[in-house]
Design a protein around this ligand. Structure first.
Ligand code: NDP
Ligand SMILES: CCCCCCCCC/C=C/C=O
Length: 329
């Protein structure tokens, strides 16, 4: 009999999540039936979507939602061998049982030199968000200028690098000087600390006096309200996230966007990455290839121990991560 540790959301978050909103519990797993697998989580992901999705989809006492890279400990399913690694969507759990239908094996030929945790980051859901958001939603073209916020994070750092690979000028912002230095290191043309500038309007104008063709928006709120006025004619905005609003208890009221939308004939499209998962394999293959070739750099903020899942989640929401926030069990 295997005992799994799980983290439940004890209480719905009010404003910023607190460690006291979580509780660690134990779950006894049943013996395996034919066709089933026993898996242990090796790396778990903490992501911004968990905050708004907890409000929309979860009730108090539910196991926290989330994905993991897991190792198959025991298999009674001929399609999966013990020892193989998969990406699963089983929530904050150390161990779980699956019938295999909801698992994705790591791509064949995953290089030994690459951390498997990349399957939760640059070569996983956040990387795919950047890939489909930039190429399909923004419809980025060579020679254009791309703006991205939360640029040093899991999605933003890939957006900037893919835009460079695609022959664009890239402007990014992040919340600390060390993040700005990281953006320069991975090839951003212009980068600034949005917390220390005196005027976002002036900074955006200086970084690209002609404006922006594409705006990959991870932040929403006031930043987006100002950035929209810097779009070029026929500019495209991918509404990917709104992290500046996830912990609000009172909804923000912003300036209205109709004038810049009309006068510059802008396109603005929200998207959810999983809607593109019919092309997941294509995206994973492309991202893995760029990583292996050294064209797509990655950084991970690894928190040790399953016990620290809530701290890692809260830290990521506060901006403590450069690159992808990961927990190593
Ligand atoms: N639509 C989709 O399918 C998907 C959307 N997303 C969205 O993409 C965005 C980025 O996600 P991801 O890359 O995983 O996360 P990150 O790795 O970027 O981590 C979150 C970052 O957000 C920044 N941040 C936090 N609060 C604020 C704030 N008030 N204003 C500005 N920045 C803030 C912090 O960086 P800093 O120090 O720079 O402030 C923090 O490090 C999120 O909005 C997320 O919800 C992600 C995946 C899929
Ligand atoms: C099969 C993997 C499921 C992971 C769900 C990820 C959904 C992300 C959508 C994000 C929205 C905003 O952050």
């Amino acid at each position: 009999m295997v005992t799994a540790k799980v983290w439940v959301m004890k209480k719905h978050f009010e404003g910023f999540p607190q460690t006291s909103d979580f509780e660690m519990k134990q779950e006894e797993l049943a013996n395996l039936k034919d066709g089933e697998l026993l898996l242990e989580s090796v790396f778990l992901s903490v992501d911004p979507y968990m905050r708004p999705y907890s409000k929309r989809d979860m009730k108090e006492g539910d196991v926290m939602i989330g994905t993991q890279v897991a190792r198959i400990v025991e298999s009674k399913n001929p399609a999966f061998a013990a020892g193989a690694f998969v990406v699963a969507n089983k929530g904050w759990r150390t161990h779980f049982i699956s019938d295999g239908t909801d698992l994705n094996l790591l791509p064949a030929g995953w290089p030994e030199s690459l951390p498997r945790s990349l399957a939760l980051g640059t070569v996983g859901m956040p990387g795919l968000t950047a890939y489909f958001g930039l190429f399909e939603v923004c419809k980025m073209k060579p020679g254009e200028t791309v703006l991205v916020n939360a640029a040093a994070g899991a999605v933003g750092s890939v957006v900037g690098q893919l835009a460079k690979i695609g022959g664009c000028k890239v402007v990014g912002c992040a919340g600390s000087d060390s993040k700005v230095a990281y953006l320069k290191k991975i090839g951003f043309d212009e980068a600034f600390n949005y917390k220390t500038i005196t005027s976002l309007d002036e900074t955006l104008r200086k970084a690209s006096p002609d404006g922006y063709d594409c705006f990959f928006d991870n932040v929403g709120g006031e930043f987006a309200a100002i950035a929209i006025n810097h779009m070029k004619k026929y500019g495209r905005i991918a509404v990917c996230g709104a992290i500046s609003q996830y912990n609000d208890t009172v909804p923000q009221k912003g300036p209205y966007i109709q004038f810049p939308m009309i006068f510059n004939e802008l396109s603005m499209k929200g998207f959810i990455v999983t809607s593109w998962y019919n092309r997941r394999e294509e995206g994973v293959k492309a991202l893995l290839k760029w990583v292996v070739e050294g064209k797509l750099k990655y950084h991970e903020q690894v928190t040790e121990r399953f016990e620290n899942m809530p701290a890692a989640f809260i830290g990521m929401l506060k901006g403590e991560n450069i690159g992808k926030a990961i927990v190593k069990v």
